[in-house]
Design a protein around this ligand. Structure first.
Ligand SMILES: Nc1ncnc2c1ncn2[C@@H]1O[C@H](COP(=O)(O)OP(=O)(O)OP(=O)(O)O)[C@@H](O)[C@H]1O
Ligand SMILES: [Mg+2]
Length: 671
């Protein structure tokens, strides 16, 4: 058999992993004749999602002792607060421990939703906030309303549910009820036209705009070219394809093409920050003027200079802001020395000062946004007030199969006239907390609903990322053996520094008989034995000199393990630190943190090792698919075969590994 040749690729029998649609997904929930039906369905689903998320938070508050909540980092108690400026019109409050102590171990990080109260969030009226910055000694929070007597007494902070996302989705959904919803695509996206494909192929309506012709970029293959052309001429198109087939590669060229066409403002979005960063990176590489909205801390370090926040820092008006801030501070300091009317006037001046600063900040960010060809943001981020009333006629959503449908409507309701959705329903699905919302279909993305409504996507089938053998299992199990290879084994030589069981097939399973433990937070998991082996393996890979730390990605489905590995590698000086602008180091992340990305080598620590065959998180085959399709030249999986085997997809993978003789027992003896 030709495929038995070393390094050759086999065609396996496809796995039986087709999913059954949930019973609630029928014609009525796919095509909507009445906008009201659409609205009430999705409004209900996200209300359930919020209610159930809040319920989860409340459950914890009700059943855990205060001490346990603090120990596990869900709650901060006895912190003092003071007002600390503004963020685009919202009050910022800075919390710190008393007497300059540090805040201890807690789980609050930037972007988290918190509730603030004095003592007991279940018994008091709470104020909501979003964490703006986390420092060792303090936590700055943007609050929804002023805290009464902020400097008096102490405060308590708890984790809250994501109401902001919910509110933005509700706002977007409500727009569909208007006589003329703010997108020319509403009929089509509700599934009303008899022939969806014909309707989608119509030219987008850009009234009064003269289109410029654009050439198709040369670095696209035939099907990518087809996707590009469709996106240039049709008002709605879908691009679908397995990992590494150049979906994002094509997406950034489409965005570039739109910029050249000159058909109005362009929005590049995705559900997760990781996926938005991928688009931003690709755009900047092509020299497209792109800016990123969103919290810089959530943006990959070397891309932070492209955030609006960073660009605003360099704005010429910044000097004026700094001057004003200086004046404000000195006035604030002298405030206690004023009496009577004088004090009243000082307060008025302070208020006016903040107003002037806010006006300058808005004008600077407007300048930055106006100067960009493409604005990049997460779907929910598009609801941020920094974008004001801005409209975007051209919208692309990458990883669209990872977003719940209402989230995708947040950008679409910004006056979308042309839309491209890019996705792969075999990679990470949307996260849905509520059981009832999940069962009623909230996990089906807009992308999938449009496919169900009859839309034909442009399929990309040739992958350019992985050594053909690395792509083999994913192709057979999840893509009907349809995945073709645009790179050969010779283009992806197995890296030195690891004893590959087969140097022509750079995949290895290192069987570790370790033990899993519950992580400190009481929820996530860690596996110290695996972590130890990962460190040894990575050190060997690096010492061979073939790879730089930034070529290696360490992945685990469990945040607890990610944290443990980070601690172990910390101090070895090869980590990509948070604030490190060069970010040239090793990256250790969850699988979700690697969505859409690639590395020369991936070392995957699966963590689960128990007698009950509990695989938890790992059982989502889409997560497995994402994890094993990130590497270009080598994949090393460290795990407990007996536990993994309890899951059908992992069992299939282990069998494939055994067939191909890729078990690396010898590695255990060689260190
Ligand atoms: N036509 C092409 N010729 C050469 N290289 C290509 C081509 N298309 C894509 N690539 C390369 O293949 C790799 C994978 O591309 P890309 O990340 O766009 O895939 P993807 O489909 O978005 O993957 P994922 O599903 O993981 O998000 C990238 O390194 C990209 O530069
Ligand atoms: Mg991609």
């Amino acid at each position: 058999m030709a495929d038995e040749k070393r390094g050759g690729v086999r065609r396996l029998k496809p796995g039986d992993s087709t999913e059954l649609p949930s019973p609630s997904l029928n014609g009525e929930t796919t095509r909507f004749i009445r906008a009201q039906d659409f609205h009430s369905r999705y409004s209900r689903l996200i209300t359930w999602e919020l209610e159930d998320e809040m319920e989860q938070v409340e459950e914890r508050l009700r059943h855990w002792s205060k001490q346990k909540l603090v120990e596990h980092g869900y709650t901060l108690i006895g912190v003092i607060a003071r007002n600390s400026g503004w963020l685009f019109g919202d009050r910022v409050v800075k919390f710190s421990a008393q007497k300059g102590e540090n805040l201890g171990n807690h789980r609050f990080s930037q972007g988290d939703i918190v509730t603030i109260c004095r003592n007991n969030p279940l018994k008091e009226i709470t104020v909501e906030g979003i964490v703006l910055t986390r420092k060792r000694n303090s936590l700055s929070v943007v609050v929804s309303e002023n805290l009464d007597k902020v400097r008096t007494g102490t405060w308590r902070i708890d984790r809250g549910a994501n109401r902001v996302a919910h509110d933005r989705m509700q706002d977007a959904l409500r727009e569909i009820l208007r006589d003329e919803p703010p997108t020319t695509l509403s009929d089509l996206l509700l599934g009303r036209p008899r022939d969806i494909n014909d309707s989608a192929k119509m030219r987008p309506e850009f009234r009064g705009v003269k289109w410029r012709d654009v050439f198709t970029p040369s670095e696209l293959n035939e099907s990518q070219e087809e996707a590009f052309k469709r996106a240039m001429t049709s008002r709605f198109s879908l691009i679908q394809g397995p990992p590494g087939t150049g979906k994002t590669h094509t997406a950034v060229r489409i965005l570039q093409g739109w910029a050249k066409q000159g058909t109005g403002p362009i929005l590049a979005t995705a559900d997760s920050n990781v996926a938005v960063d991928n688009l931003l990176e690709g755009l900047l590489d092509l020299g497209v003027k792109a800016v990123r909205i969103g919290q810089p801390v959530k943006v990959r370090a070397h891309l932070r200079s492209a955030t609006v926040r960073a660009r605003v820092e360099e704005h010429p008006l910044q000097e004026e802001v700094r001057e004003l801030l200086g004046l404000q501070e000195s006035l604030q300091r002298r405030l206690s020395t004023f009496k009577g009317k004088e004090k009243g006037l000082a307060h008025r001046d302070l208020k006016m000062g903040w107003k002037a600063i806010r006006a300058l900040e808005t004008s600077m960010s407007d300048d930055v946004l106006d100067g960009a060809e493409v604005i990049c943001s997460t779907c929910i981020g598009v609801g941020h007030q920094i974008l004001g009333q801005r409209k975007f006629s051209n919208i692309l959503i990458d990883e669209a199969t990872q977003a719940i449908e209402p989230a995708t409507w947040v950008p679409i309701m910004r006056s979308c006239r042309r839309l491209v959705l890019v996705g792969d329903h075999r990679q990470l699905p949307p996260t849905v907390i509520s059981r009832r919302a999940e069962q009623d279909g909230l996990r089906r993305s807009l992308f999938e609903r449009m496919i169900d409504a009859g839309m034909t996507p442009t399929m990309l089938k040739t992958q350019y990322r992985m050594h053909p053998v690395i792509a083999e299992y994913s192709s057979s199990r999840y893509y009907d053996n349809q995945l073709e290879n645009g790179v050969s084994a010779d283009d992806r030589i197995a890296p030195a520094g690891f004893l590959w069981p087969d140097w022509d097939a750079p995949v290895a399973f290192v069987p570790i008989d370790g033990a899993e433990e519950l992580a400190v937070d009481g929820k996530s998991r860690v596996n110290r034995d695996e972590a130890g082996w990962v460190v040894k393996i990575v050190e060997q890979l690096l010492s061979a000199g073939d790879l730089q730390p930034s070529d290696i990605g360490i992945v685990s489905p469990y945040n607890g393990q990610v944290q443990l590995l980070t601690d172990l590698f910390d101090g070895k000086g090869i980590l990509a630190g948070e604030g490190d602008e060069e970010a040239g180091g090793l990256e250790i992340r969850s699988i979700d943190g690697y969505q859409g990305r690639e590395k020369e080598v991936i070392v995957l620590s699966t963590v689960r090792a128990n007698h009950d065959g509990e695989v938890g998180f790992l059982s989502d085959h889409r997560r497995l698919n994402v994890a094993i399709t990130r590497p270009r030249r080598g994949l090393i999986v460290v795990g407990c075969a007996d536990t993994l085997r309890h899951d059908g997809d992992w069992e299939g993978w282990l069998e494939w590994v055994r067939d191909r003789k890729l078990e690396a027992w010898h590695v255990l003896q060689s260190y």
